[in-house]
Write a protein that binds this ligand. Structure first.
Ligand SMILES: Nc1ncnc2c1ncn2[C@@H]1O[C@H](COP(=O)(O)OP(=O)(O)OP(=O)(O)O)[C@@H](O)[C@H]1O
Ligand SMILES: Nc1ccn([C@@H]2O[C@H](COP(=O)(O)O)[C@@H](O)[C@H]2O)c(=O)n1
Length: 678
């Protein structure tokens, strides 16, 4: 399963053009496929969703030539559609299924529409009812009117229909069905929704009539093919618009983006929140799709209230609005958005869950949420829940977290924005490019967390060595201690020893009470003998067994316990009471001895670390372990702000130790007269 690892960034900087609009790409292929004469579509979005529409019309007998991924030549040479040989796959796309159902409902042949697991859970009752009233023979095969949809041949007639819920998909489905029906179809919208279908119908020569809230379409009119250029997708641009607006110091320009007023509700919300946005419409030819560019400068935003009336024009942007509301000062309320529960995921539930993981206080409401902004964002591991907009919204928020975050299951991003991760990299890296090679380090630099009792410089000199798994900490810390002639303490050995004992006794680590009472009843002894830490549990000195695969797999769960860490803290500190030492671990410079002046953070490229561990012949999922160590609440793995960062990927052990000795000398460590590395 694909995931994104997001390194924090201070701001977004740069200029981009986002890929073609998804909603418009679907509709352009559909209408060009129904038209007489050829159409060349440029700027098409070659996402999974839109490719499903393209393949479906090829299967219905339309000639569609893909000149390049974003340019299509479309011609329906026979002025009719042909029965498809097999079910038409709508993938993840609700737009495709609902709109194509409108086209196929009035055809003289059978067809069947299927979708992926997520689409197969989405409600289709809202199109079935009006289509049946128009005379369609259409049946949802799934439970509670969900896909697949089976359509039998039918002749349609116009109806008058008032939409119970504002929905551009239902409106478009009925407009397309109305095109193939006898008489006039009159559709009344409770409030305006995106009008791409109407604009494209005009582009292809059929003008629906507008009477207040009603739209009228005459059946039997034919469309004429005409070249069309799809504008950039405002809903894809929304991630950068919202992200840049909420990150002080950002400055981005987005070119060639669609600025249709029925889509740009986000801009009004952001301006209300205090955003700095300049819009210049470059092309608004008649009733075509307006497009232009946006310049966004970042600043501090304030919370706002989003009301039911605003929802239709920013429905797809609500996940990213929820994300950046977390960065704004004060509270943001999103109400009247129950529609979000039946999108690619239940976007209310999923965003609430993910925001909480990022440490954002948020209340879930039946029709939205209340986000309390302005709190620090914690690095987190979250899931997209298979929803592209959830994945991208969380990626934007992760840029502001206090460490690396991971967004799992991001394959879905390709359904609307195939180049998202590249653009994320481009816009967020621009801000740190001034320090090439150091961005990883900068992302981990943290002010040392507040701790009690360890802020003062220890009585005896302590060298703190931290870093991720297999970075070489133990090796260099041991060699350094030897060179300095002082004690070497491996704090990980203590966590490993406790874990080994718990695993050996079969303690259920998920049951807090059993875990605590097993630890309490353990006799743990930590002694420095011959300048090295020795650990005994219940009288037995631990050895190689603490590096077993079972211990490797469980130790980070054990060490994540704040209760255990608090218990071990005085024990580690006590070791330095009467001797100088080098102590290595994950939190030595940030939590155990934050007051020492001698701190190192040893790192290496993940691939190099993986190879080093393999070479040691150990079975150890170091990526998982690092992840857990970095994302736990209590004393997570971080590079202290005042630590010396050493990337050992291309260094020998000796080079690393010499570098450390040099730094210790500069920082005034009492070096023995002759310190050599051996
Ligand atoms: N430049 C280097 N610096 C340190 N170790 C290196 C270097 N090059 C190779 N190694 C090797 O990498 C392996 C892993 O090192 P080590 O066990 O010290 O890592 P670690 O960070 O203490 O890991 P863990 O925290 O998982 O126990 C060792 O076999 C070590 O000899
Ligand atoms: N200061 C520390 C040291 C270790 N841990 C935890 O123990 C695990 C094993 O450590 P090794 O150095 O022997 O690999 C490590 O993954 C941490 O979970 C710790 O939390 N703090």
């Amino acid at each position: 399963m694909k995931s994104f690892t997001i390194v924090p960034a201070a701001r977004l900087v740069g200029e981009i053009a986002v890929p073609g609009d998804k909603s418009i790409s679907h509709r352009a292929v559909m209408l060009a496929s129904l038209a007489r004469g050829p159409t060349r579509v440029t700027g098409f979005l070659p996402s999974e969703d839109c490719l499903c529409t393209l393949r479906a019309f090829q299967a219905l007998g339309v000639d569609i030539e893909v000149e390049d991924p974003t340019t299509l030549s479309i011609e329906n040479r026979f002025h009719r559609l042909f029965p498809p040989r097999e079910a038409l796959d709508c993938g993840n796309s609700g737009t495709m299924m609902r709109l194509i159902a409108g086209i196929l409902a009035g055809q003289p042949f059978r067809s069947r529409l299927v979708g992926d697991a997520s689409l197969s859970k989405r409600p289709m009752g809202r199109i079935l009812e009006p289509l049946e009233r128009m005379g369609a023979h259409i049946r949802a095969e799934g439970e509670k009117e969900t896909p697949p949809l089976a359509l039998e041949p039918a002749e349609l007639h116009g109806i008058e229909y008032e939409l119970p819920v504002a929905s551009a998909q239902v409106k478009s489905c009925l407009l397309l069905a109305g095109l193939h029906a006898q008489g006039t179809t009159r559709i009344v919208e409770p409030s305006p929704t995106r009008d791409h279908t109407e604009r494209l119908l005009v582009h292809f020569g059929v003008r629906p009539l507008r009477e207040g809230r009603a739209l009228l379409i005459q059946g039997g009119l034919s469309l004429e093919g005409r070249d069309f250029c799809v504008p950039g997708d405002f809903s894809s641009a929304a991630f950068w618009i919202a992200g840049a607006a909420a990150m002080p110091g950002s400055e981005i320009r987005i070119r060639g983006v669609g600025l249709n007023r029925t889509r740009t509700g986000l801009l009004g919300v952001l301006l209300r929140m205090g955003a700095q946005i300049e819009e210049s419409v470059e092309e608004a030819s008649g009733e075509g799709e307006p497009r232009g560019s946006l310049l966004i400068r970042g600043g501090k935003l304030r919370g706002t209230q989003i009301t039911k009336e605003e929802i239709p024009n920013l429905i797809d942007e609500l996940p990213v609005i929820a994300a950046i509301a977390s960065l704004a000062d004060g509270e943001t309320q999103i109400r009247g958005a129950e529609e979000l529960r039946v999108k690619e995921s239940d976007r209310i539930r999923c965003m609430v869950e993910n925001l909480r993981r990022f440490g954002v206080p948020v209340d879930e409401l039946p029709d939205g949420m209340i986000v309390e902004g302005g709190h620090p964002i914690r690095a987190a591991r979250v899931s997209s829940f298979g929803d592209h907009r959830v994945a991208m919204a969380c990626s934007i928020l992760a840029l502001r977290a206090d460490g690396r975050s991971r967004i799992d299951d991001v394959g879905c991003v390709d359904t609307s924005y195939p180049g998202f991760s590249k653009d994320l990299h481009k816009l967020s890296q621009a801000a740190v490019e001034s320090a090439p090679g150091w961005k990883d380090y900068l992302s981990w630099v943290q002010p040392s967390p507040k701790t009690s009792g360890g802020e003062q410089e220890p009585r005896r000199p302590v060298v703190a060595v931290d870093g991720p798994s297999a970075s070489g900490k133990s090796t260099v810390a041991k060699a350094l201690a030897k060179a300095l002639g002082i004690a070497y303490c491996n704090s990980g050995l203590v966590y490993r020893a406790i874990t080994w004992s718990l695993v050996d006794k079969g303690v259920d680590l998920d049951r807090e009470q059993s875990f605590k009472s097993a630890v309490r009843s353990m006799k743990l002894e930590c002694r420095i003998e011959e300048n090295e830490l020795h650990v005994r549990i219940d009288g037995k000195e631990v050895g190689q067994e603490v590096r077993s695969p079972a211990v490797n797999a469980a130790v980070s769960r054990v060490s994540a316990s704040p209760w255990l860490r608090k218990r071990l803290l005085p024990l580690f500190r006590k070791l330095a009471d009467d001797r100088a030492l080098v102590m290595e671990g994950r939190d030595i410079g940030t939590a155990v001895f934050p007051g020492t002046r001698f701190k190192f953070y040893i790192d290496a490229d993940p691939k190099v670390r993986e190879q080093r561990r393999q070479k040691q012949g150990e079975s150890d999922s170091i990526e998982e372990r690092d992840w857990e160590d970095r994302s736990r609440k209590a004393a997570p793995l971080r590079c202290a702000a005042d630590a010396v960062f050493i990337d050992s990927s291309r260094m020998t052990v000796e080079e690393v130790v010499l570098r450390m000795l040099e730094e210790l000398r500069k920082r005034g460590f009492p070096l023995p007269k002759e310190s050599s590395v051996s």
